[in-house]
Design a protein around this ligand. Structure first.
Ligand code: PGA
Ligand code: ZN
Length: 418
């Protein structure tokens, strides 16, 4: 057996899709006499959950305080020193060393961005050294299934300068069996939506995740426009064809005085009224999934929401779970949500990502691999989705290269698997 060893790690500050700095880490490994180098970059969110791992930013004047040179220094210095000599195929050891080296629960000392960059770069370099695609290296022989795309085609909330309280209006194209067909269907609906908006003289400029951000006011209007677009594209707005999914990102709506205040309309609601509101929307539109329908600390409302809608639709915990296996297990115990959003930078290491996926599976929860609103052209998320056997992937609209990079990689993987 050839010995595989990490030679060094390094990092650089690059830009994400919002023009903010982010970290790219590179690993060099040696297997036998050959050296292999691979890099991976780290995304960044706008509606971040309170319980996420800590993204280290420099503060100060540079880039408005958003520089990541301290995180870059973590990788170039301490992290590289600690990982050099380790076996890059032993992901669990690498991630344990990273966690111990940081020494905090939320990776705030070295930065979760530094730690995740290192964790991902090692995995990529190890896969390369073994001549395997990353999804196969991480997922083994079982990594044969493509996720269904959940495509964000209409943006609101903090992702768009319009009047919609709900952050994401997504479509799930189904009824085809192949990723390629699902992607085509979703893209056709996206283009049809552009025509629907143009016909009403509504803006077709796009938000952070590539979805349109028209100046519409209500969720009813937004859903009706999407249903019309689905029809115009020649599909049925129904299960088996194209359905709707929402990400409310309602942690952003929690009022310090208790209850919820919609950020743009200013409407206030109790948790009970909010749950009734979701039931109403689900009864009017073919919505099959609602993400973060109530706040990240409101376990009780999560349980109530799940009791009232959980048999009918997917209730996805994003800010609620923050890809933390312990929070996922708590959710399962309490009957909160029935699906888990997986965002690697919420937790900080690849091992924890897969642990969160296993926890979700043990509870019978669905798994959705997800991008962040601030992304790079890195397509690693596609491989992670296939490796994890994710049911769905969120990578935004079929527009903007940082979004399509993941979809295009999935097309390539599907091709390879055939
Ligand atoms: P974020 O939002 O990446 O801006 O946090 C994405 C989401 O809430 O799913
Ligand atoms: Zn979300």
């Amino acid at each position: 057996m050839l010995k595989t060893q990490i030679i060094s790690l390094s990092a650089r500050e690059i830009l994400d899709s919002r023009g903010n700095p982010t970290l790219e880490a590179c690993a060099v490994v040696r297997r036998g006499a050959e050296e292999y180098a691979a890099c991976a970059s780290v995304p960044s969110g706008a509606s971040t959950g309170e319980h996420e791992a800590h993204e280290l930013r420099d503060g100060g004047e540079r880039y408005g305080g958003k520089g990541v040179l301290r995180a870059v220094e973590s990788v170039n210095g301490e992290i590289s020193a600690a990982l050099t000599g380790l076996d890059p195929t032993d992901q669990s050891r690498i991630d344990t060393v990273l966690r111990c080296l940081d020494g905090t629960a939320n990776l705030s000392r070295l930065g979760a961005n530094a730690v995740l960059g290192a964790s991902l770069a090692c995995a990529r370099a190890a896969a390369m050294a073994h001549g395997l695609p990353l999804y196969r290296f991480l997922g083994g022989a079982a990594a044969n299934r493509l996720p269904l795309p959940m495509m964000n085609i209409l943006n609101g909330g903090v992702h768009a300068a319009n009047l919609l309280d709900i952050q994401e209006f997504m479509i799930i194209p189904d009824g085809s069996g192949s990723f390629q067909d699902a992607l085509r269907m979703g893209t056709e609906v996206y283009h049809a939506l552009k025509r629907v908006l143009s016909a009403r003289s509504l803006s077709t400029s796009v938000g952070d995740e590539g979805g349109f951000a028209p100046m519409v006011r209500t969720a009813n209007e937004a859903c009706a426009l999407i249903v019309e677009a689905i029809g115009l594209a020649g599909y049925n707005a129904a299960p088996g064809s194209v359905t709707l999914a929402l990400d409310a990102a309602a942690s952003e709506w929690v009022s310090p005085e208790g209850g919820y205040v919609m950020p743009k309309s200013g409407k206030s609601m109790t948790a009970r009224q909010l749950i009734t509101y979701w039931k109403g929307l689900v009864s009017r539109f073919p919505i099959v999934s609602i993400e973060d329908g109530v706040g990240e600390n409101d376990w009780e409302s999560w349980t109530q929401l799940t009791a009232s809608l959980g048999k009918q639709i997917m209730l996805v915990g994003d800010d609620l779970f923050v890809t933390d296996p312990a929070r996922v297990m708590r959710g399962i115990e309490l009957g909160a949500a029935n699906a888990v959003l997986i965002k690697p930078n919420q937790i900080g290491t690849l091992s924890d990502v897969f642990e969160a996926v296993r926890a979700a599976r043990r509870g019978g929860y669905r798994v959705i691999m997800s991008h962040r609103s601030g992304e790079t052209e890195d397509n690693i998320l596609a491989d992670l989705a296939v490796a994890a056997g994710a049911d769905f992937i969120k990578s935004g609209a079929p527009a903007r290269a940082e979004r399509t990079a993941k979809y295009n990689r999935l097309l390539a993987i599907e091709n390879e698997l055939q």
